[in-house]
Design a protein around this ligand. Sequence first.
Ligand SMILES: *Cc1c(COP(=O)(O)O)cnc(C)c1O
Length: 405
Amino acid sequence: MSDDNQKNWKPATKLVRGGTMRSQFGETSEAIFLTSGYAYDSAEQAAARMRGDEEGYVYSRYGNPTNQMLADRLTLLEGAETCRVTASGMAAISSAIIAPCSAGDRVVAATALFGSCRHICSTILPRYGVETEFVDGGDLQAWTQALSKPTRLVLIESPSNPLLDAVDIAAIADLAHSAGALLVVDNVFATPILQLPLELGADIVVYSATKHMDGQGRVMSGAILGQSNFIEEHIDPWLRHTGPAASPFNSWIVLKGLETLDLRVREASRNAVRIADAIAAHPNVQAVRYPGRADHPDFAIHQKQMSMGGSLIAFSIKGAMPEPTSAGNAPAAFTFLNALRLVDISNNLGDTKSLACHPSTTTHRALSAEEQAEMGLDESWVRLSVGLEDASDLVDDLNQALSAV
Ligand SMILES: *Cc1c(COP(=O)(O)O)cnc(C)c1O
């Protein structure tokens, strides 16, 4: 548990030392407590722990020292009151959305969301009697109207997947609060290095730590951050009894990843600036969406809430076929992806390795063509997660693949 002095540390110090808890052996690297259970000194102690009268671990579905070190480090980094870590990003996000809702409640979400987040809102919540409404994330009038009725929870993502649209977090926080709703922000694309939603008025921040926090493509992990009273009342009972518990080994990997998070995110962002400019200059590219470029339609909002452009770029390739790929007409984007030699084709992101994917046939394939069009997505778009290779090698690879189209 973090003492007050740790709160005053600068982010780089928090990332390396925050939450570290040494055992009696004085290890410099955090220990991995691979244990499911805990032994007690006496039957009285077991009873007191179970009653909650004595601090301490009882079972790793409830809590584990390595998981706690990760939660404490993330709490400090985000400036939150508390944090719970989970088995994956979706374990965190589904818990944060479902746990506070009851039948009859209403949820409002932005249209442009990570595919599984959208599925929870469009398909799972309504089956349990929770009404959901989708709003174009950039349309403040639509938000005002949707939030004119009492609402339990609002879910947004900024920058959003896959076209990196901005949602004005502070503006939506005000509207959500006047509707009595909690604002949940999926901050995966921005990372806590570039954007802090709680400072902008959000109530809950959720992460897939699988992405930049591990950052080296190794483990699944997730986190929920917010106020202690909310987490204790709604999230703790849900996590304890439904069981999306984090693996202590995975939490340890993420703890190690966090030590270099600031360096990696900033360097990948610097690479992304160069790459976005190079892609935009290629004759086979018809549009580039990068939060750090002035030609992004939401540039002003991104500038207001993000300190750098981040590591993700979306771009649209000329000559994409309008017919569905199942008809045998591969879009130009496929030709591009298949011509890449250095960048991998992968739907993962936030890795040290640069990864590219075709959202409309992979990450967003569950959406109909109309739903994709609503978010501005079609088969011409590629999403690129920029890694830590030398930017000039990446530019060379992207240019040769674009020229192959
Ligand atoms: C990856 C991702 C998730 C889901 O996280 P997992 O760790 O894959 O479960 C949620 N939201 C966003 C924006 C993501 O990129």
